[in-house]
Design a protein around this ligand. Structure first.
Ligand SMILES: Cc1cc2nc3c(=O)[nH]c(=O)nc-3n(C[C@H](O)[C@H](O)[C@H](O)COP(=O)(O)O)c2cc1C
Length: 181
């Protein structure tokens, strides 16, 4: 099952990259085919939903192949990064019926909770199916050691539970697709 991880910030020095790498490791351990889709490689100067750019074509190919998506995003001023929204806006119907799990990242205690609330609304409009299970990576600046290993053991279980719910949705939703065709 291919479930890629969208890394939603291009900020220089981003801590969220460590979270995306941790989630990639957990996804592979879980038996998934996965990769990080880094927003840095899918940027436009302005919103472009023509699907004619090389970025849009590459992103479309990955989204169409995916049975679900994981979004790892920091919270910026209680919202999601602008570059993540511009990336998502490149496509539309390609997302339809795909389950999406969101991992929030912040330096504060809420782990991106307010960003997640907003991102869920966008995902619903894009006809994705956001799962109720989320992982909040709070105080991210203290969460990883110098080798990028997570210091709090509990995140391993949280990530496994999150992946279990997400893949459960992916299986159920793909059964629905077979029934319709
Ligand atoms: C423009 C900007 C706005 C931010 N706003 C918030 C915020 O609303 N809430 C919060 O908890 N952290 C906020 N932060 C801090 C981030 O949580 C922090 O940078 C953390 O490391 C995750 O983001 P990163 O992947 O860019 O490092 C903000 C950071 C930036 C750069």
């Amino acid at each position: 099952m291919y479930i890629p991880i969208i890394l939603g910030t291009a900020r220089e020095g981003r801590e969220s990259e460590k979270v995306a790498r941790f989630m990639l490791e957990k996804a592979i351990e879980f038996g998934l085919e996965s990769e990080i889709i880094d927003v840095r490689n899918f940027r436009h100067e302005a919103t472009d939903n023509t699907k004619t750019s090389d970025q849009a074509r590459r992103f479309k190919e990955k989204v169409l192949k995916a049975e679900g998506l994981i979004i790892v995003s920091p919270e910026y001023n209680h919202g999601y990064p602008g570059e993540l929204k511009m990336m998502l806006d490149m496509l539309y119907e390609e997302y339809s019926g795909k389950p999406v799990g969101i991992c929030g990242v912040s330096s504060g205690v809420f782990g991106g909770a307010r960003m997640i609330e907003q991102l869920v609304q966008i995902c619903v409009f894009l006809h994705m199916v956001p799962i109720g299970e989320v992982v909040n990576f709070s105080r991210v600046q203290d969460l990883f050691d110098e080798n990028g290993a997570i210091k709090k053991e509990s995140y391993h279980d949280r990530a496994r539970k999150f992946l279990g719910v997400l893949t459960g949705y992916a299986e159920t939703l793909s059964c629905g697709k077979d029934a319709k065709s």
